[in-house]
Design a protein. Structure first.
Length: 426
């Protein structure tokens, strides 16, 4: 049995292809059961996010072609369209990859924590539909444990590496507790949405979202119990805002120096923290000339992000050391499964021999034979049957000069006698 992974991610494929190869929550159960029906697939789990789709399988064949055929067929694509964008891992590479993914080392944003939760969802779904077993179950559980250890023992998640996180973190350094602040977010795209989530995590209750499409602003504002306004209404609400974070695609500035001056008068010159994450800028650079305004551009934050990325890279190296040790442990455990199977077979064969000889001994007793003679028959017969095959194989090993086999046999059958002899000699 082999562990394998077939996948596509943000490093190997553009967004439009990743979207076409993603599994929706509605199609995932069907896909899992379909994948598990392949003759060579014994266990299966599917991880599907916006940045990656990966098939984790236990298989009797170390071949990716059947998986590629199934993957392309399920999504109605030609193999030629996806082959060059796929990656395939087997054995140790699969174990390492799973642990790196769970720890955020393979993510678009190094060290991001969301992927561990997404992997747990994938594991739970496979478990629910009965497509996961001993090997994959152990791999996922070990990956989750590694992810937790990496976050506990390294600083990989402690430094912000997105402009949204960096902006909120800087605001927290200036204001301390953000819970009582009012925040104006200009725009409603991905960056502003992420900023809103970070603010919500910090306990901010008063969020105003201004956007060209008020409907889009309202949809996002409702998620955080905020209020939505149009871009034209910014001047009416700017004086309420302690923090302003802007990120739109506007070709011209949205907030001018005059608008900010009027807002400061209404605020009685209470300071305002402003962050312009847009390129081109949403806030006129001249606003920085005003007293009581602290204006930061995306370039100002970039140096913070680069420094923090260096910190995460160092933490990632520590994380890989942790993963190296855990991969070795997993491989040791997997190899031990072979011994478990052999031990089970030996026990089964031994029990069969014992039952056979015992039945003969019982028949002899029932026929009235001397119990001592029956016991002697039982002991001698069991000894001979148990040792017949090992004795034959050892003689053959000796003839072939297989000293390794002889040494193992001595360790298996004479270890206690050897130790006892040593003790008696002492």
């Amino acid at each position: 049995m082999s562990l394998i992974t077939l996948g596509i991610n943000h490093k190997t494929a553009p967004l439009d292809l990743r979207e076409r190869l993603a599994f929706t929550p509605q199609t995932l159960p069907e896909a899992l059961l379909s994948l598990k029906k392949l003759n060579h697939i014994k266990e299966a789990s599917i991880l599907s996010t916006c940045n990656r789709t990966e098939l984790y399988c236990v298989t009797t064949e170390d071949n990716d072609q059947k998986l590629i055929d199934w993957f392309s067929c399920f999504h109605g694509l030609d193999v030629a369209q996806i082959r060059d964008h796929l990656y395939f891992y087997a054995h140790e590479e699969t174990i390492r990859h799973a642990m790196e993914v769970a720890s955020g080392l393979d993510s678009m944003v190094l060290g991001e924590p969301q992927i561990a939760g997404q992997m747990k969802d994938a594991y739970a779904l496979a478990n629910e539909h009965g497509t996961i077993g001993l090997l994959l179950g152990k791999l996922f559980q070990r990956a989750f444990a590694v992810s937790k250890q990496v976050r506990t023992d390294t600083e990989i998640g402690s430094s912000p590496v997105s402009v949204a996180f960096a902006a909120v973190n800087l605001a927290r350094q200036i204001f301390g507790d953000l819970k009582k602040t009012t925040v104006l977010l200009v725009g409603a795209g991905e960056t502003i949405e992420l900023t809103a989530r970070h603010l919500h995590t910090q306990g901010v209750k008063n969020i105003i979202i201004a956007n060209r499409s008020v409907d889009r602003a309202k949809k996002l504002a409702d998620e955080f119990q905020g209020e939505a306004i149009s871009l034209q209404e910014i001047g009416q609400h700017l004086h309420r805002s302690d923090i302003v974070i802007a990120s739109t695609a506007s070709p011209l500035p949205i907030i001018g120096k005059g608008t900010v001056e009027r807002a400061l008068k209404k605020r009685k010159h209470e300071p305002v923290f402003m962050v312009d994450l847009a390129v081109p800028r949403d806030i006129e650079p001249e606003v920085n000339e005003l007293d009581d305004v602290y204006l930061y551009s995306v370039d100002d934050l970039q140096s913070v992000i680069e420094e923090n990325m260096e910190n995460r890279q160092q933490a990632a190296e520590q994380a890989r050391d942790i993963i190296d040790a855990q991969v070795t442990q997993f491989l040791d455990w997997q190899r031990s499964l072979g011994a478990v199977d052999i031990i089970a077979q030996i026990r089964k064969n031994t029990q069969n021999i014992t039952n056979e000889v015992l039945q003969k001994a019982k028949k002899q007793l029932a026929a009235g034979q001397n119990p001592e003679d029956v016991l002697e028959f039982l002991a001698n017969t069991l000894t001979n049957k148990f040792l017949h095959l090992p004795s034959t194989q050892l003689r053959l090993a000796s003839q072939d000069k297989r000293n390794d086999v002889l040494t193992i046999a001595q360790d298996l059958f004479l270890a206690n006698n050897t130790n006892n002899t040593k003790k008696s000699d002492q």
